[in-house]
Design a protein around this ligand. Structure first.
Ligand code: AMP
Ligand code: GLY
Length: 422
């Protein structure tokens, strides 16, 4: 088979790495890809949101299956566009991707179908929003409705914070049209977990639960990022809790989408808060998580193409997932300053040395080649991922590999995985 992976981050590198092990694959393409992916696939310089360009590529290269990494092409309708041409593609249709594309749509769906989530109110007028927060107790959460690259959520400790958040989103429009409407939401206390499942719209198969680390600094301090590290399994999701999440969140959500005339296929990713009152949904994503996919792919024993193709063909009931019992842990190495401003073009050294360690894969998230030198090209640069028997060994191994990689101004969290020990 010829496979096309759309995207260019650590998530896509992990997907390509896993697909490269498939016995069914003849050739892998990735658009646009990155220098790490280029070691396993032919990278084609087409942007992930250039839907007609990607579709032409899929037709030209006789692609048998396309896997879409990021949310933007999904919410723009890449799956609709490919299916119109009879192309097989893993991911939800545009109207199903709205579960991530509009937080208000997702919240209303959850409320209608009794899926556990925090209380909320929707505003399209900033004056009314400002009026509402005067009466509210704190903390509370202000969210832009649309896509904002993970930055559209502001936790407000005081009324002043909330006023600023509303001004920023609705008046200054820092997230553009994504801020036309906001949600003001109850603040939920607990521990977060990422719960991903693959579905063909009928069968829902959970992937191994993960723990992400959103904040930029150790001890969950500092601003939120796309994710500074992830591990799987996460002890917070016990087998009983996993069943509860499947029965009360994942399966009812897929059924609800069907009832709403938005049948869902692809990955459904629930960002959960495990509260004293059980798991509650913070948000849904219509795609694989980044960096969660890196540890998941390292643990998955199935041929990924079998699994994803079965989902596309509506035959997921034939699949049984098998996972390695070992612990997998990804440490994101980022540029100094991320998630704010940061410098690019710093030469990266030591990846070969780190990759020589057993059970280590260094996934590229945002790198580039400059005169045949590998340099940093974004905020999250690498995802160093290790497997080990037990969490402590995985942590030690991952940080041993991290210590071999250097560039000027590198930043990474030193405490990825520590929650699993506690
Ligand atoms: P989201 O993009 O909605 O997942 O929000 C990003 C991050 O903001 C989450 O991973 C949480 O850390 C935090 N967050 C979002 N909603 C809430 C909430 N209702 N209560 C507490 N924290 C939240
Ligand atoms: N790691 C968070 C996300 O993929 O949205």
């Amino acid at each position: 088979m010829n496979i096309l992976v759309v995207g260019s981050g650590g998530r896509e590198h992990a997907i390509v790495w896993k697909i490269a092990k498939s016995r069914r694959v003849k050739k892998i393409y990735c658009a646009p890809g990155n220098p790490g992916i280029a070691q396993l696939a032919e990278c084609v310089d087409i942007k992930a949101d250039d839907i007609s360009g990607l579709r032409d590529l899929a037709i030209r290269e006789k692609i048998d299956l396309t896997i879409v990494g990021p949310e933007v092409p999904l919410t723009l309708g890449i799956v609709d566009s490919f299916e119109d041409k009879g192309l097989k593609v893993f991911g939800p249709l545009k109207k199903a991707a709205e579960i991530e594309g509009s937080k208000i749509f997702a919240k209303n769906l959850m409320q209608k179908y009794g899926i556990p989530t925090g209380g909320y109110k929707v505003f399209k007028d900033s004056r009314e929003a400002k009026e509402y927060i005067k009466e509210h107790s704190y903390p509370l959460v202000v969210k832009a409705d649309g896509l904002a690259a993970g930055k559209g959520v502001i936790i407000c400790k005081t009324k002043e914070d909330a006023l600023d958040a509303i001004k920023l989103i609705m008046e200054k429009k820092v997230f553009g049209r994504a801020g036309d409407r906001v949600i003001i939401e109850e603040f939920l206390k607990g521990e977060e977990a990422s719960f991903l499942a693959i579905t063909d719209g009928k069968t829902v198969i959970p992937l191994p639960p993960c723990q992400d680390h959103k904040a930029v600094f150790d001890g969950d301090r500092g601003p939120n990022t796309g994710g500074m590290g992830a591990y799987s399994p996460t002890p917070i999701i016990t087998p009983k809790l996993k069943e509860d999440i499947m029965d009360n969140i994942m399966v009812p959500t897929i059924k609800a989408m069907g009832k709403e005339g938005r049948p869902y296929k692809g990955v459904l990713y629930a960002g959960l808060m495990i509260t004293g009152n059980g798991p509650m949904v913070l948000e849904f994503n219509c795609r694989f998580g980044d960096p969660e996919t890196q540890p998941i792919m390292m643990r998955l024993k199935n041929d990924l193409v079998d699994v994803l193709l079965s989902a596309v063909e509506g035959k997921l009931n034939k699949i049984k997932l098998k996972c390695d019992n070992k612990f997998a842990l990804c440490v994101v190495m980022a540029a100094k300053g991320y998630p704010g401003g940061y410098e690019k073009g710093k030469e990266i050294k030591g990846i070969d040395d780190a990759s020589r360690l057993n059970d280590i894969v260094v996934f590229h998230a945002c790198t580039a080649l400059n005169d045949s030198k590998l340099v940093t090209a974004g905020g999250r640069v690498l995802g160093v991922t290790a497997m080990g028997v037990g969490v402590k060994r995985a942590i030690n191994k991952a940080y041993e590999a991290v210590s071999r990689i250097k560039w000027e101004g590198v930043h990474y969290r030193k405490d990825i995985g520590e929650k699993a020990i506690r």
